[in-house]
Design a protein around this ligand. Structure first.
Ligand code: SAM
Length: 221
């Protein structure tokens, strides 16, 4: 018996189902993916607390509730090709791997990408592919995508990402005029030329840094 499954079940019932996530596939994925494999050794005891935790390169592994909420907002049924921007620890990519047919995830920091790829390989997630690069430009070589999720906050929706959605596709991204607080937005491509946009709630993410995101160095620093 997986001894941390009980902790995951408690996390899901208290913090995830308990806060309004209802999609049974998302709840199952959150119960199955071993988050302790994606946190740093010194944070192992906090692996099932409902908060973000530090990872190398001054980045974070996201709060479990927010991962579940964003996954639910993508409306995945199991046969999709999904793109994630911001691999970080690889945890959300592992969850997405339980929800979709094929997952591509991009990270700008190579050491994080390499660590995440090794963790995903160890879990047998061979359909989750890790790339290094600027995810604000999407992944034209594998586009279009049924769903795109961005796990860092940008000033606005990158045009390249909206352009890489199939008609009917969803893009979930934190956006806003400040680098560290955002509104979580769902963009839907309704035709070849039109998208709609709805605000889902307030979030706090590390900055999305890239050609269609924030600059690498905050002004004034
Ligand atoms: N999804 C991650 C997880 O499950 O651990 C959490 C991601 S962390 C909140 C945001 C990540 O986005 C960081 O690792 C950061 O380096 C990455 N990032 C920021 N801008 C990026 C960009 N333009 N392209 C790719 N990754 C980017």
């Amino acid at each position: 018996m997986d001894e941390r499954r009980v902790e995951r079940e408690r996390m899901v019932s208290t913090h995830i189902a308990g806060r309004g996530v209802v999609d049974p596939r998302v709840l199952r994925a959150m119960t199955e993916v071993p988050r302790e494999r994606f946190v740093e050794r010194e944070h192992l005891r906090a692996a099932y607390d409902d908060g973000p935790l530090p990872i190398p390169m001054q980045q974070t592994i996201s709060q479990p509730y927010v991962v579940a909420w964003m996954c639910e907002a993508l409306e995945l049924r199991g046969d999709e090709k999904v793109l994630e921007i911001g691999t970080g620890s690889g945890y959300a990519a592992a969850v997405l791997g339980r929800l979709a047919r094929e997952v591509h995830t991009i990270e700008r920091h190579r050491p994080l990408a390499e660590l995440a790829a090794a963790r995903l390989r160890a879990l047998g997630a061979d359909h989750v592919h890790v790339h290094v690069g600027d995810g604000t430009l999407g992944l034209p070589s594998h586009a279009p995508f049924d769903a795109i999720v961005v796990t860092a906050g940008g000033p606005d929706v990158p045009r390249s990402l909206a352009a890489q959605l199939v008609v009917g596709g969803r893009l979930v991204i934190p956006v806003g005029p400040e680098r560290d607080v955002q509104s979580l937005v769902r963009v839907r491509r309704v035709s070849a030329t039109e998208i709609t946009r709805e605000a889902l709630g307030d979030v706090r993410f590390v900055p999305l840094v890239g050609a269609e995101g924030w600059s690498d160095t905050p002004e004034g620093s």
